[in-house]
Design a protein around this ligand. Structure first.
Ligand code: ATP
Length: 294
């Protein structure tokens, strides 16, 4: 799902030659089709997110050491790592909640430090720990966030999302009364209200039953494929990551230790599965950082 970099080729049609023999000239061949206009050189689309040499220190604690990566349009990237690796710190800096000690975050080509409002207008977020206001109903919450993001045709957008996330019968229920799975669906609907170019999902299926989780995974995959939205997905469920992510980044002790296709990365590093690789990376981060393991 990465940016397409295919180049067009133009077939050069040679000019017809004069008939040199005495035989009657054959009927003229149909005029060759006008050569197609030369294809414009393929310009790779700018990524939805670019993180450059991002660093965060909390006093004397270095939570993140010069982390760099990008998320392409239509790409789903898994941000993996053991507890304390720096995932939340990274997400909070992308969301502009935390100020980096050094480095740069660019969303849809907009430097968040220079034009935070415009960058964040293209972003949205869902996490289990970021519950929607519990005293507002599902529909009120969607409307509230839609107004914050100045969404066009908001009434229609709210109805679309209520339908898409199977929330119509819950529209007038206060979010504080929803089951955790229903809250997750409402949070995902809210996360799409502004049709974000970059979507940050922190364990989006953690509280869903297997059937609901599968439906949500498919919806999010479709969203990336159809809408060209870049998605950064954190999860501790390696089967899910393999099913959903185009690429994964393994973060440990504030550094990106490994990066690649979740379906081939384990074999490339002699691991049985992504889960085995995760466990190895989590337990032996320093050796890997030095390139000796795996
Ligand atoms: P988890 O999977 O457990 O949520 P994480 O990968 O999201 O972990 P972070 O929450 O980003 O990890 O934390 C990275 C490191 O920074 C940890 O060592 C944590 O203790 C430290 N840290 C996070 N916030 C603060 C803070 N406000 N002050 C001091 N240290 C902090």
């Amino acid at each position: 799902m990465n940016d397409s970099t295919g180049t067009g080729t133009s077939s050069g049609a040679s000019a017809p030659t004069a008939h040199a023999s005495g035989a009657p000239a054959p009927a003229p061949a149909p005029a060759p089709a006008a050569p197609a206009a030369p294809a414009a050189p393929a310009v790779p689309a700018a990524p939805a997110l670019r993180v450059e040499r991002l660093r965060k220190k909390y006093g004397s604690v270095t939570a993140l050491e010069e982390v760099s990566f990008s998320v392409g349009r239509g790409e789903i990237v898994g941000l993996l790592g053991p507890n304390g690796a720096g995932k939340t710190t990274t997400i909070n800096m992308i969301l502009g909640v935390l100020e980096p000690t050094a480095g740069r975050v660019t969303i849809d080509e907009i430097d968040i430090a220079k034009d935070r409002a415009r960058a964040l207008a293209r972003t949205n977020f869902a996490a289990v720990y970021a519950a929607l206001p519990g005293n507002l109903t599902v529909a009120e919450n969607l409307r509230f966030f839609g107004l914050l993001y100045a969404v066009d045709s908001l009434k229609r957008r709210v109805e679309e999302l209520l339908r898409e996330f199977d929330l119509e019968r819950l529209r007038d229920t206060r979010c504080g009364l929803l089951s955790s799975g229903e809250q997750t669906r409402a949070a995902l609907a809210k996360a799409l209200i502004n049709r974000p170019r970059l979507l940050l999902l922190d364990e989006p299926t953690a509280s869903l039953d297997p059937s609901a989780a599968q439906i949500i995974r498919e919806r999010i995959k479709n969203l990336a494929a159809r809408g060209g939205c870049g998605i950064l997905w954190t999860s501790h469920n390696m089967h899910e990551v393999q099913a959903v992510c185009d690429r994964v980044l393994f973060l440990s002790q504030g550094r990106v230790l490994l990066e690649g296709d979740p379906n081939t990365l384990p074999q490339e590093h002699g691991a049985q599965s992504l889960e085995d690789l995760f466990i190895r990376v989590a337990r032996e981060p320093l050796e890997q950082a030095e390139g000796s393991v795996p």
